[in-house]
Design a protein around this ligand. Sequence first.
Ligand SMILES: *[C@@H]1O[C@H](CO)[C@@H](O)[C@H](O)[C@H]1NC(C)=O
Ligand SMILES: *[C@@H]1O[C@H](CO)[C@@H](O)[C@H](O)[C@H]1NC(C)=O
Ligand SMILES: *[C@@H]1O[C@H](CO)[C@@H](O)[C@H](O)[C@H]1NC(C)=O
Ligand SMILES: *[C@@H]1O[C@H](CO)[C@@H](O)[C@H](O)[C@H]1NC(C)=O
Ligand SMILES: *[C@@H]1O[C@H](CO)[C@@H](O)[C@H](O)[C@H]1NC(C)=O
Ligand SMILES: *[C@@H]1O[C@H](CO)[C@@H](O)[C@H](O)[C@H]1NC(C)=O
Ligand SMILES: *[C@@H]1O[C@H](CO)[C@@H](O)[C@H](O)[C@H]1NC(C)=O
Ligand SMILES: *[C@@H]1O[C@H](CO)[C@@H](O)[C@H](O)[C@H]1NC(C)=O
Ligand SMILES: *[C@@H]1O[C@H](CO)[C@@H](O)[C@H](O)[C@H]1NC(C)=O
Ligand SMILES: *[C@@H]1O[C@H](CO)[C@@H](O)[C@H](O)[C@H]1NC(C)=O
Ligand SMILES: *[C@@H]1O[C@H](CO)[C@@H](O)[C@H](O)[C@H]1NC(C)=O
Length: 480
Amino acid sequence: MFLCSQDSKCPVSALLAAGCLLVLGILLAVAVIETLKNEDRIHEALNPPQTPPCCNQSGPIEQSSIVLVESFPLGVDYGRKVKAGVNLFEAWKDLLSSASKQIDVASFYWCLTGEDISVNSSSDTPGREILEEFKALPSRNVSVRVVTSIPTLAPNSTDLKALKEQGVQIRRVNFGRLTKGILHSKFWIVDGKHVYIGSANMDWRALTQVKELGVVIYNSSALAADLQKIFQSYWVTGRSNASIPDPWPSDYDTDINEERPLLLNLSGVESKAYITASPPVFCPDSRTRDLDAILSAIRGAQDFIHVAVMEFYPASKFFHHHGYWPVIEDALKRSAVDRNVSVCLLVSCGQETDPAVWPFIRSLDALNSPSDNINIAVRVFVIPAGNQSHMPYSRVNHNKYLVTDKVAYVGTSNWSADYFNTTAGVALVLSQDASGSSFHQQLRAVFDRDWSSRYSHPLADLHRIHDCAFSTSAPSQHET
Ligand SMILES: *[C@@H]1O[C@H](CO)[C@@H](O)[C@H](O)[C@H]1NC(C)=O
Ligand SMILES: *[C@@H]1O[C@H](CO)[C@@H](O)[C@H](O)[C@H]1NC(C)=O
Ligand SMILES: *[C@@H]1O[C@H](CO)[C@@H](O)[C@H](O)[C@H]1NC(C)=O
Ligand SMILES: *[C@@H]1O[C@H](CO)[C@@H](O)[C@H](O)[C@H]1NC(C)=O
Ligand SMILES: *[C@@H]1O[C@H](CO)[C@@H](O)[C@H](O)[C@H]1NC(C)=O
Ligand SMILES: *[C@@H]1O[C@H](CO)[C@@H](O)[C@H](O)[C@H]1NC(C)=O
Ligand SMILES: *[C@@H]1O[C@H](CO)[C@@H](O)[C@H](O)[C@H]1NC(C)=O
Ligand SMILES: *[C@@H]1O[C@H](CO)[C@@H](O)[C@H](O)[C@H]1NC(C)=O
Ligand SMILES: *[C@@H]1O[C@H](CO)[C@@H](O)[C@H](O)[C@H]1NC(C)=O
Ligand SMILES: *[C@@H]1O[C@H](CO)[C@@H](O)[C@H](O)[C@H]1NC(C)=O
Ligand SMILES: *[C@@H]1O[C@H](CO)[C@@H](O)[C@H](O)[C@H]1NC(C)=O
């Protein structure tokens, strides 16, 4: 029996939801126009003039398009023809070539060439190409701003130096000092109208050695203006000696959140969207916190919850050493036990995965008991290192998303305490009309593809999988 990719019954509530959407649309159109007026002002107040006032639009709903983007490590082969998103490298190149005014990029760190980590591999070629395109932007009169993190994983990065020489503005935000966390967000805003959000850092390995997943939305100035506020919160705290405003000035408020999502037409599918953020000290009251969005997606599911996340660790790894933090785990168990929702959790394992996560993954798996109406299936996604084993931080499934019968969520955070408490991250939450070609259905198909692929293993098989750090602790038979 294959619970995690079996077709679920089509929810009747989709029809009701469609009706509600229309009514909501009219209400929201008013709210959106108000928001946008406000956003124009912020644009002027906080940024040099860059885009024309965004949204004095005639129709209430923006006509935007959405693309699921993915990258696969070299050598990954599903062994059959499978559906996949648009290649991340192509999507980035497309955004770069479409830019005519401004690109703002948030990334944990930059490492687009092999030298920075003393690796000589031709698999950094796409990364080099992206770096060259970024370097060329200022000469095309595209202004580029970059925020990255202190502390960083790439202390020897030469990219930022090279970009600065070309006229790119760079700020390093000292999250270590500000929150005892890191800036782990990964997003782009292009010309105030296109956005990218996803798991990939500005790292050549993201294009050829790490499995990534993200989303690009084209032609949504409203969503871009909203994400711009989050970028701006990093930009201002990237000044030397900056402190975190408390409260954040009203310019950072948003009218787009879980209660009042933005209504937009995404590639022909009516959709509701909002952007979440963490840590809480970077969120005005009006911004839905990332953790709250995850919890309400879990609590709102009626049928299934499919989670693909690099690491699932119901504890704090960095702040309170291994302090227990069962918030997400409890929500998952409650949905499964109290409401018979089918939960599937796909976590990643590589040679560098922290074995501390293993007992928690095992404990969730142990709860699985379909005959008692408790469906919590856990599998581990392992990308063979093959002849690429000399590369640090690679050969892992870096994806961080969630898909339920109601919503699609694409984020940037591991599911452990620190990511929601001290670390900066963002996510896009989307609900769409039921439709075969929607992003929601695509994300679901991607989960099914990975879950049923040759790279996905039940826990009982892990003792044989030597590219996964759990192989040494995994039991060779089912334990009792
Ligand atoms: C749109 O802009 C025009 C002039 O640029 C203005 O007269 C009109 O009131 C604006 N409409 C809205 C809905 O803001
Ligand atoms: C950065 O460079 C220093 C000195 O050259 C070296 O000791 C260190 O290992 C390098 N760090 C990384 C992450 O490559
Ligand atoms: C990198 O490897 C290539 C061939 O694999 C070799 O030709 C080249 O000299 C190497 N470069 C460095 C800096 O080691
Ligand atoms: C960039 O802007 C300058 C000054 O406005 C202008 O002279 C130049 O032609 C522009 N270059 C390009 C490539 O558009
Ligand atoms: C964005 O909008 C422009 C102008 O309406 C259109 O030409 C372009 O094709 C759109 N881009 C995408 C990716 O939908
Ligand atoms: C930042 O703080 C340091 C030490 O607290 C101080 O020496 C320095 O002058 C400050 N810089 C600015 C720009 O305020
Ligand atoms: C959404 O877009 C499609 C085509 O892109 C169009 O046919 C449809 O009418 C649009 N719906 C709304 C409500 O704007
Ligand atoms: C629980 O859900 C499963 C499908 O996931 C279904 O087969 C079973 O009948 C349900 N049990 C109850 C008590 O609703
Ligand atoms: C690495 O392995 C792949 C097959 O997995 C092979 O095609 C490739 O030639 C190998 N590369 C080297 C440098 O050995
Ligand atoms: C989360 O992901 C990063 C890489 O993105 C990794 O280095 C870190 O150890 C992960 N695990 C936890 C539990 O935070
Ligand atoms: C979250 O961070 C605050 C400090 O910012 C700390 O006091 C609290 O204990 C942390 N909570 C967890 C669960 O790590």
